[in-house]
Design a protein around this ligand. Structure first.
Ligand code: BG6
Length: 486
């Protein structure tokens, strides 16, 4: 940090993503000294802004309340770093003007500047904006430090469209300049997977088909698609959550040990394992769509959703990883809207021991709770304490690493804070590389096309329930055995 002036340009600054995620994350980083205090934050969008102070103040209600430094002084210092430039996303002249504004700031500092562009924009604007950046806002190489561009999904809607987008972007920017956000990779518990696996022999040595019976990665939300049904309908839960967030977690759980912790070594291993995942077949899916309950309208009741839409709001899919480590182990990924609870968990279920505890059928389970209430539990069997009967009584209990108990003095960063800070520091580890994206799309594209063609009618489930009961039956068929406890 610090040796060059840093500008962070938020394109789409008047939109929801900027307001709720990007700018609040920048505030937190600024107030904690994780980006230079002199950072130049430029909001860029199409709307006319007559009152810059009003524009800046609109962000304040979204600043993290838990921030220790959320005081008036920190807020004022941060807001004083923000300015606004009006411009279109495909007008080269507008990007020239933006460039001049950046140059002025850099010249005042007397040094060559670094520029981080955050595209809080719909994907239709990506290519236009990157063209503007590449043609007008990247000064000749001796005049600037680095230029990096953050973009966020959707990256296409299938393999071909995603490849086409990647090809267009690659004409404008070099791959190391592109930081594709999957915000799940910024979550503390997801970032911990590599450490858990590769810094602990106790887990590393067991991490294979000999010991692991199945892996489940589950994403549950209680909210439906209210207010964004129209948007959601053109994607569906598979594109919204499974193809990206859950697949990224799967890659981290399943990949081989990287040669080093460098971004490229880690991403090489993620790509390698994703390429071993067989494309999903329709027979390995349970799809659902929620109907109304007494508090919440059903998916199809949303006026912005096309009548009779077969778009899934729930999906469970079995993935097969065809390599020596994992052949035969089902990886079951599941995501649903309007379910009974909100949680994201990874559940690694081990085979049971059979001897000499013949009566004992419980399995060990390692559970990573990504949110809420972050933690790691290992379900184990112990002898029931105290004087027993003649045979030993056992029961299932857990080694419990609940973060809020163990790390009560640490406030876990928001995913966007971690990721923006990593992008500023040039660390691409937790961003999705182009080949990784293509490998992820390859797994889902055939089944997505079948769904798009209306080949499946999703099963109905009532909002606020666990999803279609067929999903639990499918899970049991995959060999998952429900255990006691968490
Ligand atoms: C987004 C999806 O990527 O992730 C949303 O588009 C979903 O549909 C959200 O609600 C979940 O993110 P988080 O961080 O709240 O779990």
């Amino acid at each position: 940090l610090g040796e060059r002036p840093l500008s962070i340009i938020v394109l789409g600054a008047t939109g929801d993503l900027a307001k709720k995620k990007t700018i609040p994350a920048l505030f937190k980083l600024h107030s904690e000294g994780l980006i230079p205090s002199t950072v130049n934050i430029v909001g860029y969008a199409r709307s006319e802004v007559t009152d810059e102070a009003e524009f800046r103040n609109k962000f304040v209600p979204f600043f993290p309340a838990a921030s220790k430094r959320n005081d008036a002084d920190a807020v004022a210092k941060f807001l004083s770093r923000i300015s606004y430039v009006q411009g279109s996303y495909d007008g080269l002249d507008d990007f020239s003007r933006l460039h001049e504004v950046l140059q002025k700031f850099e010249a005042a500092d007397g040094a060559k500047g670094n520029r981080l562009f955050y595209l809080a924009l719909p994907p239709t604007a990506f290519v236009g904006a990157c063209t503007g950046i590449s043609k007008k806002a990247m000064t000749p190489s001796d005049n600037y430090g680095w230029v990096r561009v953050i973009i966020e999904k959707p990256f296409g809607h299938d393999l071909d469209s995603s490849n086409a987008l990647s090809a267009q972007l690659s004409q404008l920017l070099k791959e190391p300049q592109i930081f594709r956000i999957d915000h799940y990779l910024g979550k503390e518990m997801v970032q911990n997977i590599v450490t858990l696996r590769f810094a602990n022999r106790a887990f590393g040595a067991l991490w294979n088909a000999n010991n692991i019976a199945n892996v489940q990665i589950t994403f549950k939300e209680t909210i439906g698609t209210e207010g964004r049904g129209g948007y959601f309908d053109s994607f569906g839960i598979v594109r919204d959550v499974l193809q990206n967030h859950l697949t990224q977690m799967l890659a981290l759980v399943a990949m081989e040990k990287p040669r080093s912790l460098s971004a490229e070594d880690i991403r090489d291993e993620k790509v390698a394992v994703l390429r071993c995942v067989e494309p999903i077949e329709l027979s390995d899916c349970v799809l659902g769509q929620y109907t109304a309950n007494d508090k919440m309208p059903g998916y199809l009741d949303d006026p912005t959703v096309p009548k009779g839409s077969k778009c899934p709001t729930f999906a469970m899919m079995k993935l097969r990883i065809n390599n020596d480590r994992w052949r035969g182990v089902p990886f079951i990924i599941k995501a649903g809207k309007a379910l009974e609870s909100k949680s994201v968990r990874i559940r690694i279920q081990f085979h049971e021991e059979v001897r000499p505890f013949l009566q004992h059928t419980q399995r060990n389970e390692l559970v990573i709770c990504a949110q809420p209430n972050e933690g790691i539990y290992l379900k184990i069997t112990t002898k029931v304490p105290g004087l027993g009967k003649e045979s030993i009584d056992t029961h299932q209990t857990e080694l419990d690493l609940t973060y809020r108990n163990r790390y009560s003095d640490v406030s876990l960063p928001d995913a966007y804070e971690s990721l923006i800070s990593e992008a500023v520091n040039g660390n691409s580890t937790n961003f999705v590389r182009d080949d990784e994206l293509a490998a992820a799309w390859s797994i889902f594209t055939p089944v997505l096309h079948a769904i798009d063609e209306g080949k499946v009618t999703p099963l109905q489930y009532v909002a606020g329930t666990r999803g279609p009961s067929e999903a639990d039956e499918f899970l049991a068929k995959c060999g998952y055995r429900r255990t006691e406890g968490y």
